[in-house]
Write a new protein. Structure first.
Length: 305
């Protein structure tokens, strides 16, 4: 069971190609988006600056993911404040995916921005568990990420048959390769969050069991037995890793699954309740209302409207 993929699907992580930028001379582009923004430098370089934080140098091949609602600036130098950016052209390029040219000279710095959004009502999240900035440098050993950035650069520089289809596929691949490159080396920094399971193989196996069969009548004891550890061990390690007890996480995941099915399918409330492990519809409705603030039927109507 691929728990990360499962969470990304249920939380509705979606990527879209934003602006493609060529910059030269002195330039600066401010970014303040609702969505997370991934910047991949395909040629030249840039600086990423944020208020109250040291600037980050981005070289060709670097990839950086900035969390949603984190204002930041891409610029030729940390001291540049006004770099000849046509804001109307930049906004149009963000919407259409066309190349925007900025700066006071012909452009040697090239980068592409990808925007990622998700369903904010889902409580089990991957994007929100990440820090404000995730930076993976070119040549850091993440060969697959390096290859993906190079493919992006080639497709943008030399469009061919079905280039749009290739770029749309690379949008999803880029996020996965970034996470593959960054997460294994940072799991210890995220104990107490959902990402903490990456640093504890016992908890990861327990989550795999929950995600593979969320309707099963799991208890801490049966989950510990399936994971081949004692109940005491699982009771201690599970909250230490992800900040929740096994029972709390199971309920949260069931409610996220139920919300996704209410939104995306025409299954009856009875069928959805049974599918996430509730034999009693009233008990399911009470749990769902506590998690999402409204009864299942009302939630479905609001989500579809």
């Amino acid at each position: 069971m691929d728990v990360v993929t499962d969470v990304m699907q249920i939380s509705g992580v979606r990527g879209s190609l934003g602006a493609r930028m060529e910059a030269g001379g002195h330039w600066a582009v401010g970014i303040d988006e609702e969505d997370a923004a991934l910047h991949a430098v395909t040629a030249g370089g840039a600086w990423l600056t944020r208020a109250g934080h040291p600037p980050i140098r981005l070289a060709a091949g670097d990839v950086v993911l900035v969390a949603s609602r984190v204002p930041h600036t891409l610029t030729d130098s940390p001291g540049t404040r006004n770099g000849g950016c046509d804001r109307a052209a930049a906004e149009r390029a963000r919407r259409t995916g066309e190349t925007v040219r900025v700066g006071t000279a012909p452009g040697d710095d090239r980068m592409v921005t990808i925007q990622y959004t998700c369903d904010h009502t889902v409580r089990t999240q991957l994007l929100f568990a990440l820090p404000d900035v995730v930076h993976v440098r070119a040549g850091s050993g993440a060969e697959c990420l390096d290859d993906t950035v190079r493919m992006f650069g080639r497709e943008l520089a030399h469009p061919q048959l079905a280039t749009t289809a290739v770029l749309n596929s690379l949008v999803d691949i880029m996020l996965i390769q970034l996470l593959r490159a960054w997460l294994p080396t940072r799991a210890h920094e995220h104990r107490g969050t959902w990402l903490g399971m990456l640093g504890d193989p016992v908890v990861r196996r327990a989550l795999e069991h929950i995600h593979a069969d969320p309707a099963r009548d799991w208890t801490t004891g049966t989950l510990a037995a399936a994971t081949a550890v004692s109940r005491a061990t699982l009771s201690r390690r599970f909250p230490a890793a992800i900040g929740q007890s096994p029972g709390s996480y199971l309920t949260q995941w069931r409610m996220d699954l139920a919300a996704a099915r209410l939104h995306a399918t025409d299954q009856s409330v009875e069928a959805i309740a049974a599918g996430v492990g509730y034999h009693s519809v009233p008990a399911f409705s009470r749990a769902f209302s506590r998690a999402h603030g409204s009864a299942p039927g009302r939630y479905r109507a609001a989500a579809r409207s």
